[in-house]
Design a protein around this ligand. Sequence first.
Ligand code: ADP
Ligand code: TRP
Length: 454
Amino acid sequence: MSKIILTGVTPSGSSLHVGNYFGALKPLVDLGTAGNQVYCFVSDLHALTTVQDRATLENNVKNVIINYLSCGVEAQNFVFFRQSEVAEHAQLETILTNYVGLGQMKRMHAYKDKLEKGVDTENINMGLFNYPILMAADILLYGAQGVPVGADQKQHVEIARDIAQNFNKKTGTQTLVLPEPIISDQLGRLVGTDGSRKMSKSLGNVIGIFDDYKVIEKQIMNCYTDPKRKSASDPGTVEGNPVFLYHDLWNEDKAEVAELKRRYQAGTVGDVEVKQRLLVAHKKYFAAIRARKGHFEQNPAEVAQILAVGAARARLVAAQTLAKVYKAVGLSAQFVKPEVMVSQPRPVVSFDNFARVEWRVGRVIEASEPAWSKKLIEQKVDFGPLGVRTIFSGLRAWYTAADFTGRNFVYVTNIPPRKMGDFVSEGMIVAATDEMGVPQRWEVAGAAPGTVVG
Ligand code: ADP
Ligand code: TRP
């Protein structure tokens, strides 16, 4: 069953290694491919708890954005954005601070660890102390059911759950969804090239993804194998041997892997050859990801566009949750939207003129996001007896092409064709802005294409 999944990524300046990829990124991308709705954001507000140098923060944020995009988090089913571009995260945090006790907060790892290390409370900032509450806001804004995190973050998902439960109980509502952590057992801890400890940048036992191949070759060649093996003709052990573990992960030629294992156990292949094959497989497996990294680095406008669309789509959901929360506690949810304030009253239309507008049900056979526009979604719409028309709608800040395909909406079908870019729009979708400033379409699931509704 498809679920709402959310995860935050701490901005960091370090380059990706295969432990990050198979432990965090690939499982995340797989969740999206499997049909779940995945919200993934760069937690730049959280980063302020430790990084207070502007240039460093900007660099770290840019680095993770490129890394994550290269690995595929801008595919369908993903909403990828920067936490600081959706103000609702901070707004919800303010409310949630009232639904968690000081005692429980003092038991949180990040804070407790500092105390145990003898750090003076004068030197622990309140951002760090409140870290789990902001994280709870991140999760609860989107009604996330599953939260993929490293084992060290499990406690934070549990506190989010406690806060949600407490909030619902105190307000007598079901406003907030209770989240569950998703911790991948087998890959949550990929062993490093030293063969004993978790692969980690700080331990220097990594195999990179984006590094120069000379560097990656060295990392692979220095990898720990079977220490009991003196020469290539000694039978070797495959189980628990990191080189074979890595072969299983990224060598897609399974027949070759099986053959290498067989020869290794029989003592008919040397470690050097096994490692050389591992390097070749690395080049093949990560080629597309490396190419995408180059592409995004060369096209900052495209990256900015993906983030803008991501933030707009995230806000669509976050604002609705926040409004529910405000109402549940008795605050005003009449948020003033700047768009509402600046829009000018339009001239009066006569009743007769308005009655001439024709509204018809159209079935979207196909929808796409044309590269030449940032705002438009192109739709091929079936109007039954009227035939198929091409219609452009300026709704891309809120919806994707996939939000249209195969669905029936109401369109105005008797306005003159209108030029948009080099194309012509033969009609207009009916959408009305709601209290949150979000254009809501008029969906009529059951109706036959072409039916007149107004
Ligand atoms: P590092 O330890 O190299 O500094 P991070 O702590 O920045 O890596 O980890 C970023 C993400 O990658 C986290 O979600 C973490 O769970 C995952 N990750 C890091 N190292 C591994 C590993 N060896 N095995 C599995 N996942 C890992
Ligand atoms: N604290 C997480 C980490 O360090 C990052 C994060 C921030 C997060 N907000 C989140 C993870 C919400 C999951 C859900 O890895």
